[in-house]
Design a protein around this ligand. Structure first.
Ligand SMILES: [Fe+2]
Length: 212
């Protein structure tokens, strides 16, 4: 409420009102999220986290016996996300970091599950912070390609493109991601039909090998 039109000086009531208004504004300030640009770690009180161990990734790798031979608690990747609006809301944006451990299951590099976006037209950016790897992309005709990831490489993932990341190095691969809040994730399709090729270590070199 503002001062009445005929007041010429500030009354005690008006000063209290002004003070309350100031406090209200102060309580609405959000503490910014911080991004460590050396490690990719996000910090702040609105960060959500999840992790996937080798046990969680049953069925993902070609050689399941090799997967079972690893320590079941082996961390394959963890993600942090800043989701400032509800999932599915149109017009918002999300931000996250994925930390993918180095390792092999047989001759196949540690990798993320991979997904389509539920809304297939939605695109995404990845920015590599540390480590080396491969961004594996598959278009709607099931043509699979990959882009090398190394510190500071920026990757545009177009709509209608399934994507996953493999760690081809010997240290943690960390990358930032930004995507629309209404993109959604469809993991089920990849879980059922997979990518048309797998990134395997052939003669010491990361090589896409077509699924037979
Ligand atoms: Fe995505």
């Amino acid at each position: 409420m503002g001062p009445s039109s005929d007041s010429r000086s500030t009354s005690p009531i008006q000063r209290v009102e002004a003070d309350l208004e100031h406090k209200t504004v102060a309580s609405m300030l959000n503490t910014p999220i911080e991004v460590n640009l050396t490690t990719g770690e996000l910090s702040g009180d609105r960060i959500e986290s999840a992790a996937r161990t080798i046990t969680d990734l049953k069925g993902l790798f070609r050689d399941d016996l090799a997967r079972q031979a690893l320590d079941p608690n082996t961390l394959v990747y963890r993600v942090q996300a800043f989701l400032p609006v509800p999932e599915g809301e149109e017009g918002g944006m999300f931000w996250g970091t994925t930390f993918l451990s180095p390792g092999l299951v047989g001759d196949e590099y540690f990798m993320t599950k991979g997904h389509h976006h539920l809304q297939r037209s939605r695109a995404e950016f990845y920015l590599t912070i540390t480590g080396t790897g491969a961004l594996i992309l598959m278009d709607e005709k099931r043509r699979t390609t990959f882009e090398p990831m190394r510190p500071h490489t920026l990757h545009y993932i177009p709509g209608h493109t399934a994507h996953r990341v493999a760690n081809t190095g010997d240290s943690v691969l960390a990358f930032l991601a930004a995507w629309p809040s209404d993109a959604g994730h469809d993991y089920g399709t990849i879980a059922r039909v997979g990518f048309s090729a797998r990134l395997r270590k052939v003669g010491g070199i990361p090589t896409l090998v077509e699924e037979s």
